[in-house]
Design a protein around this ligand. Sequence first.
Ligand SMILES: [Zn+2]
Length: 301
Amino acid sequence: MHAVHIHAVLVAAALVVPSASFAWGDEGHQVVASLAYKRLTPKARKAVDALLAKDADKLTAPDFTSRATWADKYRDADRNTTQVHYRATRKWHFVDIELDGGTLDDACDGRKPLPDGVAASQGPANACVVDKLVQFRKELTSPDTSVAEKTLALKFVLHLVGDLHQPLHAANHQDSGGNGVAVEIAPSNRHSNLHAYWDTDLVKKLGTTVPVAAASVAKLITPANAANWSAGGIDDWAAESNADAKKVAYNFSGEKTFVDDHDGEGEVLDATYEARALPVARRALAKASVRLANLLNDAFK
Ligand SMILES: [Zn+2]
């Protein structure tokens, strides 16, 4: 990660990324997918492996865990050129529920249904992650979906379940989902932004490689927790992530602030903040993996 000055963040937020634009880094998505894969039924595993085996797309490696990062690569592939895929799918990665009284309806452009005959992969650019997950799940379940569309649906679902569990993908405080909040990560004095800290830094603290971080997350997946997390639907996942953002990600009480080179003010994230945040990030990754597996087991039963 590069140090990001607050001016650079604000300029970028104003010109290019009016909303949360990143995701759990690749590692977070790979942790979710690798744990979910172990929970697939033999039937579901066979079905997803068969779809992925026929997919020649080169944006990521073809295996289940690598494909969990595909939707970010697809979005970013033309981000600095034509922006066709970027504009069409950028908003599908988050649901910007305002912390102060925001609703899912507002954050999801009125929750318009997908027009008849339109494939979810071609669906409206203004749809939120919650509605895209509902649409792609339906395609995975339906015998009428073409193999090509089912493969796209699978690759989006693999990624978007993870995104919805990143608290700052389900919350906004008029700051592009925390992208506009400059942070200094103590004790390193490294500067970043709040969204990136949750995407990447916290996951790295769970383990510097995917298997190590996954092993740390896996300890939380007890039968009792898995049963709890299996209740409720996709709207509830958004509400839980938003509550975590409010209670933990935006809870700077006891923290210091700092002034950066451009006289912007940011939050110092110290050991107290990390002690609150890390268990929430670990639990979010664990929940995402259980729910991704449930969704696929259900779609391919
Ligand atoms: Zn994403």
